[in-house]
Design a protein around this ligand. Structure first.
Ligand SMILES: [Fe+2]
Length: 137
């Protein structure tokens, strides 16, 4: 389970708030996999994560543009790659069904998502802190 902590703060309340929600959805995904409620629920949580992530990335990218963040183009690329990876996994498991849905495989997806989010926040999002932080952070 992921837990948001102060070191993950980029100093912008909207972005930090979104990251907390994303962490919540990823935890939800992991719990759903662990409880194994059936394929449909896992797929639904994955769609929810994709949709929220897309909305959040759009908002974060707009904040970067408004604050003239110099690395915004490469940052946007990272966001796009993640969304494509989520779509790819959803397709493989639930739409095209080219990969068998097993608990282990879905736990692998949960691990991937947890690692991606934390890495992305630490390695990429925190670099924009001095451009977007509010209140002298
Ligand atoms: Fe980001």
């Amino acid at each position: 389970m992921l837990v948001w902590r102060e070191e993950l703060s980029v100093g912008h309340p909207e972005i930090d708030g979104d990251h907390k929600v994303l962490i919540g959805i990823i935890n939800d995904f992991e719990n759903t996999v662990d409880r194994w409620d059936g394929d449909k629920v896992v797929h639904e949580v994955l769609i929810k994560l994709h949709d929220y992530a897309m909305q959040h990335f759009t908002a974060e990218e707009a904040i970067q543009v408004a604050n003239h963040y110099p690395l915004r183009e490469e940052h946007k690329r990272e966001h796009r790659v993640l969304l494509a990876q989520v779509v790819d996994r959803a397709n493989r498991f639930f739409i095209k069904k080219t990969e068998p849905v097993t608990k282990e495989a879905l736990q692998g997806v949960a691990e991937f998502l947890k690692r991606w989010l934390v890495d992305h926040i630490i390695k990429s999002d925190l670099r924009m802190r001095r451009y977007v932080a509010k209140g002298g952070a």
